[in-house]
Design a protein around this ligand. Structure first.
Ligand code: TEU
Ligand code: CA
Length: 554
């Protein structure tokens, strides 16, 4: 296959609610994004992925859509969207929309029709089941807590919702549902958008026997056996035929629990399904069956390396990887994988960037990551907004018997609102995000960590990201080189080599706060230093705290 544009591209994710407010209501919006597009052009990214901006009751910040062809008033109007798209394209930035079609909002007209009577033509747009012995049809729990089944008085049946009860699952078995999805995709593509990030697309096929499982501390069984992901592939091939094949798009499917084997189908280089998927192996390393994601342990570096090695080698030449440390569902990268103390924050943020951006795959930057933004010091639940976090707090303190302090420590490490505090534009009171009251608090460190302080400083985290993005645009070995892990047993060093014909790249990253020895093969004598985070070269054979560098022979 010849090179696709998205293989050399870097994607920047915007969480609209927290990016830039333009009208003082404390909520980010489309005119705010348009105003900040030159900042993204300066950073040098190629693609912007917009988290959902569609009409929505905002039970899950827009991941619950009530009209797929309209904009949420709080974010602006369709004219605002058209202006954003036009300006982005003028600046050479592509726009990828979030496609949330595993479920809709319960306020979507389809669901209102569906729940109105058993013989409504929209009934089969969703999953409706009878009670079994007066109970839910199965004992699985949803991602945001409680049963996956909600009783509906009007028609005396349960409907399925893998997420909140305001997010009923669409029935993909029904060809009319698939037609609707393809129709709305065509609507946005005809407008000129450049692709889709597909929310939990790996979950659209269910085991229709709706199995039960062994309950955990919450009283519910884990959800994942419900997912019948083998059956997703024919639907994605149909989507390719009916929609995507008509346009030159980038598509990325969110596939929780994806294996390398599955990704070879989803993201095959034959282009029959998607461009790439988001896998979860590295971000779920310390998850447990009992507590899910709510742990405070740091995963060990060897495990992290094992995951990347498995994915890099597993997809090389067959399918395509996505590369990410964080997004709107994950804590801040520098707090989680690096060191967010004032001493090491900048160095470790740059080291993480180098480590990720020089692997094979398309890198994603989540808003603020390019500034080294950190987690937020949440002290209690009053400042936490996210529904998942509130359910998590309840699970930990009530079902698992944790103290308030233990639960808050987990929230500070893991809750999604860490990523959702306002973008830090400048050192002013509200960080330049809003003139009003921000919907989530601004991180107190905005006075020192902000875009204004970094954009023109060549030693900043921002400038480091700029250089890495440029390097990917220019270097074939960064884009296409094979991957080999070096010192795989090391608990402290993440090092690898990329090879493409006679071109080579060696990348070395120190993941800890002390100096280590690391020797470089002689063949790299005279190589070009790239992606380094210390201004001067250190003594041969060593890696200083959080040091990283690449050595390029091209
Ligand atoms: O997330 C998918 C998902 O399974 C999440 O539960 C994710 O694993 C979790 O948030 C990690 O803590 C997608 C979206 O990215 C998320 O924002 C939505 O809430 C969810 O789908 C429902 O649409
Ligand atoms: Ca606003």
């Amino acid at each position: 296959m010849s090179e696709q544009w998205w293989q050399r591209a870097v994607v920047y994710q915007i969480y609209p609610k927290s990016f830039q407010d333009s009208n003082g209501d404390g909520i980010g919006d489309l005119p705010g994004i348009t105003r900040r597009l030159p900042y993204l052009a300066k950073l040098g990214v190629d693609v912007i992925w917009l988290s959902p901006i569609y009409a929505s009751p905002m039970d899950d910040n827009g991941y619950d859509i009530s009209d797929y062809r309209d904009i949420a008033p709080v974010f602006g109007t369709m004219d605002d969207f058209d202006a954003l798209l036009e300006r982005a394209h003028e600046l050479g930035l592509k726009i990828v929309m979030d496609l949330v079609v595993n479920h809709s909002s319960d306020e979507h007209p389809w669901f209102k029709e569906s729940r109105s009577s058993r013989d409504n033509p929209y009934r089969d747009y969703y999953y409706w089941r009878d009670a079994v012995d007066g109970h839910e049809p199965s004992n699985m729990g949803g991602v945001f807590g409680g049963s996956i089944w909600e009783w509906d008085e009007t028609t005396e049946q349960y409907y399925l919702h893998c997420f909140s009860k305001k997010q009923p699952d669409l029935n993909w078995e029904n060809p009319r549902v698939r037609d609707e999805v393809y129709g709305l995709m065509n609507f946005w593509l005809a407008k000129g958008v450049d692709g889709f990030r597909m929310d939990v697309i790996g979950m659209i096929a269910k085991d229709l026997s709706f199995p039960s499982g062994t309950p955990g501390p919450s009283g519910y069984a884990p959800l994942w056996p419900l997912i019948d992901d083998a059956r997703v592939h024919p639907w994605l091939k149909e989507m390719r035929q009916r929609v995507l094949s008509r346009y030159d798009t980038m598509t990325v499917g969110e596939v929780c629990g994806a294996t390398v084997e599955a990704a070879r189908k989803y993201a095959n280089l034959d282009g029959s399904e998607l461009s790439m998927v988001f896998q979860f192996d590295h971000v779920s390393l310390t998850d447990t069956v009992e507590r899910g994601k709510w742990s405070v342990e740091k995963p060990c570096l060897r495990d992290l390396k094992r995951v990347f090695d498995h994915w890099e080698r597993g997809l090389d030449g067959v399918a395509w990887n996505s590369l990410y440390w964080d997004n709107h569902d994950q804590p801040r990268a520098v707090s989680r994988w690096g060191n967010d103390s004032s001493q090491w924050r900048e160095l470790s943020a740059k080291m993480l960037a180098t480590c990720l951006h020089l692997m094979q795959g398309t890198p994603y930057i989540y808003q603020g990551e390019e500034l080294g933004m950190t987690n937020y010091p949440f002290e209690d639940m009053s400042l936490v907004d996210d529904l998942e976090a509130h359910d998590g707090y309840r699970l930990l303190t009530q079902d698992c018997g944790w103290t308030h302090e233990q639960a808050m420590a987990a929230m500070r490490e893991k809750c999604r609102d860490n990523a959702r505090t306002p973008m830090q534009w400048d050192a002013s009171d509200k960080a330049g995000f809003t003139e009003g009251e921000p919907w989530l608090p601004v991180n107190p460190n905005a006075s020192s960590i902000n875009a204004e302080a970094q954009v023109d400083d060549k030693n900043s985290v921002f400038a480091h990201y700029q250089r890495l993005i440029k390097l990917r645009h220019e270097s074939d070995v960064v884009v296409h080189g094979s991957f080999e892990m070096l010192v795989p047993e090391s608990e402290e060093i993440f090092a690898y080599e990329r090879v493409l014909g006679d071109k080579r790249l060696l990348v070395a990253c120190n993941f800890c706060d002390h100096e280590l020895s690391f020797s470089v093969d002689e063949r790299y004598a005279g190589a070009l230093r790239v992606g380094e985070n210390y201004p001067e070269e250190g003594p041969a054979g060593t890696l200083r705290p959080y040091e990283c560098f690449g050595l390029l022979l091209e």
